[in-house]
Design a protein around this ligand. Sequence first.
Ligand SMILES: [Zn+2]
Ligand SMILES: [Zn+2]
Length: 244
Amino acid sequence: MNEFVQKNLNYLSDFFFPGNCPVCEKAPYKDGLSYMCLECEDLLPWIYKNGCKYCGIPMSGFDFDGLICAACREDPPRFLKGRCLFLLDQNGKKVIHEIKYHGVKDVLKDLPRWLRRIPSYQEFLKDSVLIPVPLHTKRLTKRGFNQSVWIANALKKEMGESVLVSEALSRVRNTPTQTKFNMRQRKNNVKNAFALKAKNGLEHKDRIVLIDDVYTTGATLDACAKVLIDEGFQNVYVATLGHG
Ligand SMILES: [Zn+2]
Ligand SMILES: [Zn+2]
C-alpha cells in the first residue's frame, strides 16, 4: 500500500475509531476498521459452547444444555437462563474496563463481529425485550452514561427488529459498588434496590433478557429478575458480555 493511501486510511481510522486497542494498546490500524485488533480479539476467551444454564460459565468437557455450575447450584438464581460472550481473563477485563471506566462506547462497534463468532448468543437474544440494568440517577449523573444501556442498544442495532430495548427498571436505592463484597453482602446490598417503572410498555408474555456488562455473582441481575417475577413476568433471562 502506498504511503499516501496508508496515511489517509490511518486518518480515517482515527476519525472513526479514536484510541488504541484496549488489549495490546497499539493503534489497531493494521486490521482496518476495528477497535480491538483482530489478533487480540482472537485471543479473548470466547464462550462458544453451552455452559452453566444460569450464569453461562463454560463447563469443560460438556456440550449440552441444562448443566448447572457449583456456584449456581448452591444458590440458584430466579431467572431462567443466562449467557455470556467471553470470560474475564486479563484481556477480557481490559475490554470491559475500556467501556465501563474509560467510557469508550466505540469498543461496541466491534460487537457485530463478536456476535457473529457466537451465533448461539444471537439466537438467545432473538424475539426478546432487552432491559439494561439501571444505574441510580446520582451514579448516572456522576458517570455520565450507563454502559448496560450502551450494550443493550448495540445489541439491538445488530439484531434489528427481532429485539426491543426498554429501560423499564429503575434503581431506587443508590447502593455502594459491589466490587468489594462477597456473595451474601452483594445480595443484601442490592435488596429492594430496583423497581419496575409504571410506564414500561411491557406485556406479561414478553420474553425479557436483562442486560449487564458482566456477570460476577449474579446478585444484581437476580435482584432485577425478582422485581419482574414479582410483577408477574415469567420469561426472564439474563445476558452479559463478560463473566468473571
Ligand atoms: Zn490489540
Ligand atoms: Zn453457573
